[in-house]
Design a protein around this ligand. Structure first.
Ligand code: GDP
Ligand code: MG
Length: 160
């Protein structure tokens, strides 16, 4: 495939982005939201939320056999998180790039984890890893009526 054909195939997607308890405690909420806002994606859901243990376990169920799983659940439920749904063309992979590598020491400068974190177990933000998981996670963390469909006025200035 030629690159421009691949680019044209990328569709409007949804991703679940979550500022983890360390991001909230460290006063990074505005900074992190700002990265996605400035990029030009559309915010469709936003709330501060104390996550129950069962929800954290369901969200991270693919990792339940990992040795760090209990610590991960303690971490995610240790204080409020900021739950967000973002929409845009190619938003899933693009948000993962903005977030950076899982281990912040390997994350490039300019990424959220590269700029703002030092440890895998305190890596300040979550982003869905596929469009399917984006949908699954948004349905898991948001109730009906909590998401907004709206048309940002900047749209003609973002898309030709
Ligand atoms: P992500 O998609 O980049 O968030 O990474 P993963 O899906 O592989 O892991 C989910 C989350 O589990 C990570 O963001 C970390 O918070 C945590 N995690 C992953 N690997 C480790 C680890 O080796 N040790 C600890 N303490 N936490 C981990
Ligand atoms: Mg993941």
């Amino acid at each position: 495939f030629l690159p421009h054909l691949v680019a044209a195939m990328v569709e409007v997607e949804e991703t679940y982005i979550m500022i983890k308890p360390d991001g909230v405690q460290r006063g990074l909420v505005g900074e992190i939201i700002s990265r996605f806002e400035k990029k030009g994606f559309k915010l469709t859901g936003l709330k501060l939320f104390q996550c129950p243990k069962e929800l954290a376990q369901e969200h991270y169920k693919d990792l339940q056999s990992k040795p760090f799983f209990p610590k991960l659940i303690d971490y995610i439920t240790s204080g409020p998180v900021v739950c967000m749904a973002w929409e845009g063309v190619g938003v899933v992979a693009s948000a993962r790039k903005l977030i950076g590598a899982t281990n912040p020491l390997n994350a490039e400068p300019g990424t959220i984890r590269g700029d703002l974190a030092v440890q895998t177990g305190r890596n300040v933000v979550h982003g869905s890893d596929s469009p399917e998981n984006g949908k699954r996670e948004i349905a898991l963390w948001f109730k009906e009526g909590e998401l907004c469909e709206w048309a940002p006025v900047q749209e003609p200035w973002l898309k030709e």
